[in-house]
Design a binder for this molecule. Sequence first.
Ligand SMILES: Cc1cn([C@H]2C[C@H](O)[C@@H](COP(=O)(O)OP(=O)(O)O[C@H]3O[C@@H](C)C(=O)[C@@H](O)[C@H]3O)O2)c(=O)[nH]c1=O
Length: 183
Amino acid sequence: MNVKPTFLEGCFIVEPGVYKDNRGYFFESFNQQEFVGKTGVDVDFIQDNQSFSTKGVLRGLHFQKGDFAQAKLVRVVRGEVLDVVVDLRKDSKTFKQSFSVILNEKNNYQLYIPRGFAHGFLTLSESSIFSYKCDNYYHKESESGIRFDDADLGIDWKWDKSEIILSDKDKELPSFKELLNEL
Ligand SMILES: Cc1cn([C@H]2C[C@H](O)[C@@H](COP(=O)(O)OP(=O)(O)O[C@H]3O[C@@H](C)C(=O)[C@@H](O)[C@H]3O)O2)c(=O)[nH]c1=O
């Protein structure tokens, strides 16, 4: 596996080593020893999640607060998404800045998102299967988020806004400004 840093400290792309042959391909989607050895991040993932989404579905921007903050290792099993993270670490030199990357079934990229980030993704293909590991359990009461189209964040989703499909919960998410005091 290769580790490619992003400009957001502690957030990086993991490119697995893929073995191709006449049957298809094989890769290790996670190997704790190699991950810790190559990234230096001694993370202990304890929950795996998977979601299916249709084209234009945007999930995000989400994070869990306080003791229930989660680091995530995200990837796409089928299809293609635009994956976006926002640095919400108040003491970070890249506070409020976002990074986006295409994750798809061809590049097999994984994005490691440290605690203190908001995360969201938009499905670009007909459908997507999204899979991710978390280092903390889901805790409903600690859920929080920011509107995907927040003016202060100014994320370019490169998609017609009128064709974006959100959950009712995500439609009600606060703005970055409204959330600032809680960070
Ligand atoms: C995230 C999650 C949801 N659920 C339940 C709650 C709800 O009834 C149903 C759907 O939940 P949501 O609508 O919050 O699912 P979703 O919008 O896919 O939420 C996810 O979005 C991406 C962007 C992330 O980064 C994740 O951490 C997570 O917040 O699944 C769990 O039981 N465990 C979990 O870990």
